[in-house]
Design a binder for this molecule. Sequence first.
Ligand code: UDX
Length: 436
Amino acid sequence: MKLSVIGCGYLGAVHAAAMASIGHEVIGVDVDERKVEALSRGEAPFFEPGLQEILTEGIASGRLRFSTDISEVRGSAVHFVGVGTPQKRDGYAADLTFVHAAFDALAPHLSAGDVVAGKSTVPVGTAASLAPRVAETGAVLVWNPEFLREGWAVQDTIDPDRLVAGVPAGEAGERAAEILREVYHPSVAKGTPFIVTDYATAELVKVSANAFLATKISFINAMAEIAEATGADVTTLADAIGHDARIGRRFLGAGIGFGGGCLPKDIRAFSARAEELGKGESVAFLREVDAINLRRRARAVEIVVEALGGAVNGARIAVLGAAFKPHSDDIRDSPALDVAVQLKGLGADVVVTDPAALANAERVHPQLSYEADRDTALTGADAVVLVTEWDEYRRQLDPIHAASLAKGRIVVDGRNCLDPAAWKAAGWEYRGMGRR
Ligand code: UDX
């Protein structure tokens, strides 16, 4: 099938390449010339495992192309819109500028029978407000939220755990859902749940899923705060409650909390939208979820300062990690960088290392020192602070080797991912988050 993808960021570029990899003919469109040039050369503009391979393959096969010219979407049966919806500069709500710009640019090129599939995460009610504009052209709007996780984006796009289509009532909506089923044929054929619903439900599935995940993380981080006050151990607690199948162990990783381009801004946009709807009270807990989350970053800084006996000014601190999570170079709202910046603000000599995110981090926080080589970053450090749980640190960093490089023996595990016994045995003073 001929498809177009408007917006080639973390979501759109992966979607375009993944759709080509399952056999579709895809044109990806973006306003950013440099991004389009890189993609056209088969270069992934950001770090995402597996993306490079499917890009190269898609371009070589002739099924995948990129352009800045929106008129090239003509003739596609489905137009996916995957532009960003960042937090507004002056508030909590989502900024829909890119969504409106994409629909404005797309509308003149739509033909009767086309399907426009919105994938961006939007406040509930957005699809209903955009639908008449699409309907004027004879095309049909569906809302088809995306649940991919960065670091697993290719796999999540090719083999999602569910597909959701919000469609208008009536025959046109049913037909559009059928077309989407064809697009996602390999997943549908293997039995992936395909849920057809209305616009509002589809939009809410996405934001409520992210709200739930954020709440789960903040719940365990709240327990970490209680553990710190009582001498309990939050990791053992998470293991124990996680055995209850109704709770489950996933997303109960206590530490410096969640960040990235999705969870933080999505829960804020959800709160803002609920308030507009007069239902702010229903999701008032999300404010608390956000507050707990931000407190954990400050707590990590406090732990480092405590461990250094207050002598943070001038102390050399090796910060392991800059990305908001491993297997990603994304530093949007990264708790890791936030901790590094706060330590720098206290006068520490901070050296940040990360296997993928240094270039992005340096662009946004030029005041920090960066070191690509992990061992060089560790050399002479008074304290080591792990803030992104890359395998390079959690599995491959031997505490005896680290001790041979660092000056001090303080390790703060902001992700509770190190083995405290092994680090202690190598002579380190180990400090976790809510861990005994
Ligand atoms: C999230 C959703 O998982 C995904 O379904 C949605 O499409 C987009 O938002 P992503 O932002 O890629 O995906 O990251 P995710 O894996 O959810 O992690 C978010 C943050 O939570 C990271 O900073 C991670 O380190 C943190 N996290 C995750 C924890 O602090 N503890 C956990 O137990 C799990």
